[in-house]
Design a protein around this ligand. Structure first.
Ligand code: COA
Length: 463
């Protein structure tokens, strides 16, 4: 099943030679592949610096400075680029491309985070064997140190799961190889290798940490499964959450965590990881900081808000909801001065391809198709863009990934809204940590933009 899927996918992928040439990894290990792909990138950066260091790529307007740096092209981020119309591309591959070519779990169909991680790190599509080997390594390294278990177990149940996750990740830096090597004294050219080891170790441990938080907060006193060496990352995560028996939910989590893994560098969590990492803080501290950015309501919490809003709509409108009812409910939300959660985006100007991919997942499963909450998400999608256009404020009247992501979890009984951002946090580690490895491999400097006071800005304007 898997090999025929992979071979079909490869044929389709190879049609576009310019995009996919040299896409497929050989039989090399992840570390060997990294050693191979880094020098040409270092050369590329050197050339850019020497030949085009003074080329102007855009203007800085006052609006950029006071408007949260929206649209300002000011960061180097290797693994993905977000196009306002097409959506995210990972090393040039769109989400449908990735769904065609990235290997699935042995018994599954959806691309898995391991294959996405390999693509993000190397720019190459791994084979099924390489993906399996990465799964094996992650499972091997997946257990938490005892003191981190004790630390997490000591948190009050009322402490927000995201606070717990950030603190747990920061504590894991006790074992940072980068920090230990730096203290001993290493060459700059070796920074990336230790950063990679820390990143792999952190990604490996995230499921056990995140599942322990879930158990402690929502199912205290129940037994927590251990990391199984023969399961993939999400197979283990789902199992430790208590959903290992639910293959559809596990597959959904695989897809969700893979396609949510990176969304270029300017979003708050990615940018935070990059900024903190640029001080040579180790990957644990850098990603812990990113998680606290993700915990903000304008960033990672939107999926829980969508669910709250759709359930309130369902409660108010009853079982048989017409398009007119939804339209009226949307206007009620907007007229009360609230945003429609799950709609709009800082960069995107089309329906989010991540939303489309998750919708397709639901469409292909009969139980999800008949789920009232998912049906309501679909019906809302049919009405909301026109209402938002008529409302006339948002630059993007279309759904983002969060319009649907929490509803599938809810359908299968994972109903604890506050936990949803933790799953996002497990996912976003893939992109943030990849960037830290590349930042060290490329020798990117300490980030230090220039700030201005309003008086200083006014002085420049007068000049
Ligand atoms: C994602 C989001 C924060 C992007 O913000 P942004 O880049 O400032 O978006 P825009 O430039 O389109 O905003 C312009 C105006 O439209 C409004 N707007 C944007 N999205 C809206 C929505 N879904 N519903 C109603 N109004 C919206 C903004 O609040 C802003 O109003 P203002 O001029 O009164 O301040 C915003 O679209 C939003 O709040 N969406 C709902 C929450 C959500 O789904 N977040 C998840 C993002 S992945």
């Amino acid at each position: 099943m898997l090999s025929s899927r992979t071979s079909l996918a490869r044929q389709s992928c190879l049609r576009n030679v310019s995009l996919y040439s040299k896409r497929f990894a050989s039989t090399k290990s992840l570390r060997e592949t990294m050693k191979e792909v880094i020098p040409p990138k270092q050369e590329q950066l050197k050339k850019l610096k020497v030949e085009h260091g003074q080329t102007v790529v855009g203007d800085v307007k006052v609006d950029n400075i006071i408007g949260g740096m929206r649209g300002l092209k000011a960061m180097l981020w290797e693994a993905s680029v977000l196009d306002p119309i097409e959506g995210i591309r990972f090393h040039g591959l769109s989400i449908p491309d990735c769904q065609k070519v990235l290997p699935a779990a042995p018994a599954g169909k959806e691309m898995i985070p391991e294959s996405m991680l390999w693509l993000l790190l190397t720019g190459q599509v791994p084979t099924a064997e390489q993906t399996k080997e990465l799964s094996r390594e992650l499972a091997e390294k997946g257990d938490l140190p005892k003191f981190v278990e004790d630390l997490v177990d000591s948190f009050p149940r009322s402490l927000h799961p995201m606070t717990q996750l950030g603190m747990g990740v920061a504590a894991l830096n006790h074992d940072s190889q980068f920090q230990a090597a730096y203290e001993k004294g290493i060459k700059k050219s070796e920074y990336w290798t230790h950063t990679l080891e820390d990143s792999i170790n952190l990604i490996a441990r995230l499921p056990a940490l995140a599942a322990r938080i879930y158990r402690n907060v929502y199912k205290p006193g129940t037994e927590l499964a251990g990391v199984q060496k023969d399961l993939d990352l999400v197979g283990n995560y789902s199992n430790m959450l208590g959903y290992g028996h639910n293959e559809t939910l596990t597959e959904y989590l695989r897809l969700y965590i893979a396609l949510h893994g990176d969304h270029e560098g300017g979003n708050a969590s990615a940018h935070t990881a990059h900024l903190v990492g640029s001080t040579l803080s180790d990957p644990y501290l850098s990603y812990s900081a990113a998680l606290f950015a993700l915990a903000g309501p304008l960033h990672g919490l939107a999926n829980q808000e969508v669910l709250r809003w759709q359930l309130a709509m369902q409660k108010e409108l009853g079982d048989k909801i017409s398009q007119e009812d939804i339209k009226a409910y949307l206007w009620k939300t907007l007229n009360s001065g609230q945003v429609v959660p799950g709609y709009g985006h800082g960069v995107l100007r089309n329906p989010d391809p991540r939303f489309i991919a998750l919708q397709e997942f639901c469409d292909s499963r009969s139980d999800l198709k008949s789920s009232p909450i998912i049906d309501l998400v679909n019906k809302t999608f049919q009405v909301a863009p026109n209402v938002l256009k008529e409302h006339g404020k948002t630059k993007n009247p279309y759904p983002n990934v969060d319009a649907t992501s929490g509803c599938v979890l809810y359908h299968y009984g994972l109903t604890e809204f506050k936990y949803y951002t933790v799953i996002f946090g497990v996912s976003r580690a893939l992109g943030c940590l990849t960037q830290l490895v590349w930042a060290r491999a490329l020798g990117l400097p300490l980030e230090r933009p220039k700030s201005l006071s309003m008086d200083a800005l006014t002085k420049i304007i007068k000049q």
